[in-house]
Design a protein around this ligand. Structure first.
Ligand code: IMP
Length: 192
């Protein structure tokens, strides 16, 4: 088995990533908890690079990081790269998006995920980006998932992320789409 250190402290993300890698010969290892990377980039891909490269360099192992978030069209792309910092907890962040959007007729939004794999020397090996288009509902629906899942409605599936099975979210989500692009490249990597 080959090991990838995953640069996240978010258990929801870790669980999803483990599913995506289930059929590969890579296994995930959580980054050391004392290793914190400041997300100072201005884009999803810049932040994913920062996290993957710094964790790889600090551990001397292959590392994977994603940076993701929700971009609401009528809010000029907010919360965007600030998605994780938009409120004190998931409920608070959802309330803020709903309050800021109010009854605005344009409900369109997208989830974006940038994914980076870094080599043990801290250089970028692979990158991929996935997007899932959807709409912001006026109130939350569904109990599964995490983050903004209950207010993110995916017309293609006629349900919110929080109403999907993990398999369905895996197929349609921004993270799933980024992984679909990354996995063949990851499998083809020559390491060691
Ligand atoms: P990151 O850890 O900086 O990438 O933070 C991403 C934030 O965006 C998370 O804390 C969530 O609030 C939100 N987010 C990212 N992906 C998802 C998802 O699949 N569902 C719901 N919220 C998400």
């Amino acid at each position: 088995m080959k090991t990838l250190v995953v640069a996240t402290g978010n258990p929801g993300k870790l669980k999803e990533m483990q599913r995506y890698l289930a059929e590969t010969d890579w296994k995930l290892q959580l980054k050391p908890s004392e290793l914190d990377v400041e997300e100072t980039g201005e884009t999803f891909i810049a932040n994913a690079r920062l996290k993957a490269c710094q964790v790889a360099e600090a551990t001397g192992k292959w590392a994977i990081a994603d940076d993701s978030g929700l971009a609401v069209t009528a809010l000029d792309g907010a919360p965007g790269i600030f998605s994780a910092r938009y409120g004190k907890d998931d409920g608070d962040r959802i309330d803020r998006v709903l309050r800021e959007l109010g009854p605005h007729p344009d409900r369109s939004a997208q989830f974006i995920c940038a994914m980076v794999v870094a080599r043990p020397d801290g250089s970028v090996a692979l990158e991929a980006e996935g997007i899932c288009p959807g709409e912001i509902l006026p109130s939350p629906r569904g109990a599964d998932g995490f983050g903004y899942d209950p207010i993110f409605f995916v017309p293609e599936a006629n349900r919110t992320f929080a109403e999907m099975t993990p398999e369905q979210k895996h197929q349609l989500s921004h993270r799933g789409r980024a992984f679909a692009l990354l996995l063949p490249q990851l499998q083809a990597l020559k390491i060691g």
